[in-house]
Design a protein around this ligand. Structure first.
Ligand code: NAP
Length: 544
């Protein structure tokens, strides 16, 4: 192992380190914590000016997570769990950012993080068995191990619409939201995009904007969040039951406290189904998606009935039947895309200051200096908000020119879809370890992150103990994992639908066709496979 001390940050001096981590979001921060424990020299490279990742960038109005707050924080420190008090059941972005900052302070993380720096290239040097990174400043750094913790949804994408650069008003992607407060009073605002981000943004903007025009291409099934403050009594109960809460998350299919109902929707009576769904509709969080009948995501009939249940709710909540119909998805079933959770979303379409434009009926022709021109009319706006999503899962990797053995580019390697070993490694890229890489599981993200970081750290420790300096996934191990990923995806209705989870983003070249991009089996299954690999001494990996 190399044990050179890192030199001053930001200089053009090549720095030699044991580990470089890309990204200081929740994944990078925890990875830093664990690498330090191993006594390795480490630097984190972060593009933002502070920690937080997703929560640093996504400052748009209404941003909050849909995981129960007490399942979202790190579980690795009992003291941290006891000293941090979440104020709401589903915390808003400013609070989650404060949490990340608190963690950084508490564990003195910032001294190892190089902020406002971007990695432009990473090249594997076979002879010295290290990665050489070039930063946007031209500075070079080398490290034996490169760990990517750059996020699954961290590269925002703008729509490819003619004239987009000509708009003279304020235009902003939700993931590049300004740090200063943005006010909507008296303004004519457009929001493009009705995914989880758009739906949160729209609800906030509608409260104060003079006029809000929502441009919707695909309607999404959305269900109530039912957020509320955490009372002092609940706070005590939460803090005294953290070990049970995290056990529940560990045992659940995707790291949330929700688990599928053991019944199949097709097996029960119509009355039983309706009563169950009414109960779920009134309950907080993702229960309506993850805690639904166990065949919701595989049986077309159950899924169609559930979709019909939610469609009826939308019709009850939206006064204008024509608008209600536009808001009801017609091309995919409930839960086959990530379900946005809302707090009064549908009712905002009853407000006089809100208008819905269905882009399937009247597509946008261009952005003009004063607004947006559709096939039907010209709109004037003071502000256009793009809630148009991300170059998901592989986008952060495509941003960097990553070259492995024999100069092989990762982007080329993944041109037909990413291939990894459990989301941790790709063949031909020795010592490149990914936290939450493509083909790994998704779910309640911090829970997935913690396990991934711990697995990677255990591997580093193993190599450290044995004096090994090179690790690479064998091609046959990658193929075997890809077969598992494929098998787990069979029969899932979500894989028949375009979404970022099936690798589709019409705003990115080469990402218009569906590909497998995630492991859709359960968290416990994933972890038991990964635990077994470690327990057996990593036979699937080639180590020297
Ligand atoms: P998204 O789900 O990919 O949604 C992007 C939206 O923009 C879609 O409505 C899409 O329409 C629209 N769009 C994209 N390009 C367009 C174009 N050229 N013209 C018109 N419309 C266009 O992205 P997101 O809403 O940012 O959410 C991404 C993920 O982030 C979520 O699924 C979730 O995992 C995470 N997230 C979580 C939370 C939370 O925890 N509460 C909040 C926000 C986001 P189409 O559907 O037709 O493509």
């Amino acid at each position: 192992m190399i044990h050179n001390k890192a030199t001053a940050s930001g200089t053009s001096q090549p720095q030699k380190l044991d580990v470089i981590i890309i990204g200081a979001g929740l994944a990078g921060m925890y990875q830093l914590f664990r690498v330090r424990e191993l006594g390795m020299s480490v630097r984190v490279i972060e593009a933002g000016s502070d920690v937080g990742g997703t929560w640093y960038w996504n400052r748009y109005p209404g941003a909050r997570f849909d995981s129960e707050s007490y399942t979202y924080g790190y579980s690795f420190s009992k003291e941290l769990l006891q000293e941090w008090s979440w104020s709401e059941h589903f915390a808003p972005q400013p609070e989650t950012l404060r949490y990340a900052q608190h963690v950084a302070d508490r564990f003195d993380m910032r001294r190892d993080i190089l902020f406002k720096h971007k990695v432009v290239s990473a090249e594997w040097l076979e002879e010295s068995r290290e990665w050489q990174l070039k930063l946007h400043t031209g500075a070079l750094m080398t490290a034996r191990f490169l760990i990517t913790a750059a996020g699954s949804l961290s590269v925002p994408t703008l729509p490819r619409i003619k004239g987009i650069e000509q708009f003279a008003g304020v235009a902003c992607h939700t993931a590049n939201w300004p740090h200063e407060a943005v006010r909507f009073e008296g303004k004519r605002v457009a929001v493009l995009g009705t995914g989880a981000t758009g739906i949160q943004t729209i609800q906030e903007v509608a409260k104060t904007a003079a006029h809000l025009t929502v441009f919707q291409r695909t309607a999404n099934w959305s269900a109530p969040l039912h957020n509320s403050p955490i009372t002092p009594e609940q706070q005590i109960a939460i803090k005294s039951s953290y070990s049970d809460i995290f056990k529940r998350c560990r045992e659940s299919i995707s790291g949330f406290i929700h688990n599928p109902d053991p019944r199949r929707g097709v097996e029960v009576s119509e009355q039983e189904r309706e009563e169950f769904w009414e109960k779920l509709y009134k309950a907080a969080g993702f229960g309506i998606w993850i805690g639904n009948f166990r065949d919701l995501m595989t049986d077309r009939q159950t899924n169609a009935w559930m979709s019909d249940f939610i469609a009826r709710k939308i019709r009850q909540r939206v006064k204008d039947p024509g608008i209600a119909e536009k808001l009801i998805p017609k091309d995919h079933g409930f839960g086959t895309r990530r379900v946005p959770l809302e707090s009064g979303y549908f009712e905002i379409y009853n407000q006089a200051n809100v208008e819905l434009i269905d882009l399937r009926e009247t597509p946008i022709e261009r952005i003009t200096p004063t607004g947006i021109r559709t096939a039907q009319r010209d709109f004037e706006f003071d502000m256009i908000i793009y809630a148009t999503g991300f170059d998901a899962l592989t986008g952060a990797y495509d941003q960097i020119d990553i070259r492995g053995t024999n100069g092989r580019r990762l982007k080329d390697q993944w041109a037909q879809g990413a291939r990894t070993f459990h989301g941790f490694q790709s063949e031909d890229f020795p010592n490149l370890l990914m936290v939450m890489g493509p083909m790994g599981p998704l779910g309640n993200i911090p829970r997935v992150i913690e396990y991934n970081v711990e697995w990677v750290s255990k591997l580093l420790k193993h190599m450290q103990t044995k004096g090994l300096t090179r690790v690479e996934a064998r091609p046959e191990s990658v193929q075997a994992w890809m077969d598992v990923v494929k098998a787990a995806s069979i029969g899932l209705l979500s894989n028949e639908v375009d979404s970022w989870m099936t690798g589709v983003n019409t705003n990115v070249d080469g990402k218009t066709a569906r590909v497998l991009s995630r492991f859709s089996g359960t968290g416990p299954d994933f972890r038991s496979r990964c635990d077994a690999i470690a327990a057996d001494g990593y036979p699937e990996l080639d180590m020297k």
